[in-house]
Design a protein. Structure first.
Length: 212
């Protein structure tokens, strides 16, 4: 596992721009900086609700959709516009925009999967900490406000202090499909689908070339 400096930047993957967790002057708090997320806000949206559609699709498409595991009442997928490599979303299967719309059983299932996912993610990426939270409503920053989801972002000591290398930034990229393949063995046992389902691998970038 690389250092925090190596893990703090998500690469260009599937046409997305490079991302970073950036530092700030010592007298000001650091901040998560994710400029590529504006591509999602401004770009064209897939029709319908992806959180309703993805878990019900053929499991053969889970790699393409970045879905890591599916249970009856909730599922886990990678964020396509992550704040850090390994940024997950845990999503209730039923379409709901607010926690109060979930039944007690759905609420319990959702947060049981959050607990299990947090534990699996820490082991998978050797995270020293996690940010876990929900943005309820577009005013609170939710990208898909109509279907609530819980974010889990892995963190490492010093991941806001890696800008000393020539012109401000050090980057160690990992494509989203590579992250999916790295994490899925840890998440298969959490889902209802068979844990020995094959891992779908897609062709990576050419040697020596950037991830696109």
């Amino acid at each position: 596992m690389g250092s925090a400096a190596e893990l703090g930047c998500v690469p260009r993957a599937r046409g997305r721009t490079c991302a970073a967790i950036v530092s700030s002057p010592s007298d000001k708090p650091g901040r998560l900086w994710a400029p590529w997320r504006m591509e999602y806000i401004r770009g064209p949206k897939e029709p319908g609700c992806i959180f309703c559609r993805y878990p019900s699709e053929d499991p053969a498409r889970f790699a393409e959709r970045l879905v890591l595991c599916v249970r009856r009442d909730a599922f886990v997928m990678l964020n396509k516009y992550p704040f850090a490599s390994g940024h997950l979303m845990v999503v209730p299967t039923r379409h709901a925009s607010d926690l109060g719309e979930l039944s007690p059983e759905e609420h319990a299932s959702l947060f049981e999967l959050v607990r299990a996912s947090a534990s699996a993610l820490k082991v998978a990426v050797n995270a020293e900490g996690l940010n876990i939270g929900i943005n309820l409503g577009s005013s609170a920053g939710a990208g898909i406000a109509e279907h609530l989801h819980v974010h889990i972002v892995p963190r490492w000591r010093g991941d806001m202090n890696f800008m000393p290398v020539v012109a401000d930034l050090r980057v160690m990229p990992e494509a989203l499909d590579a992250t999916w393949n790295r994490l899925v063995p840890y998440f298969r046992p959490l889902g209802d689908s068979p844990p020995d389902a094959p891992v779908a691998r897609r062709r990576g970038p050419k040697k020596g070339g950037p991830s696109r």
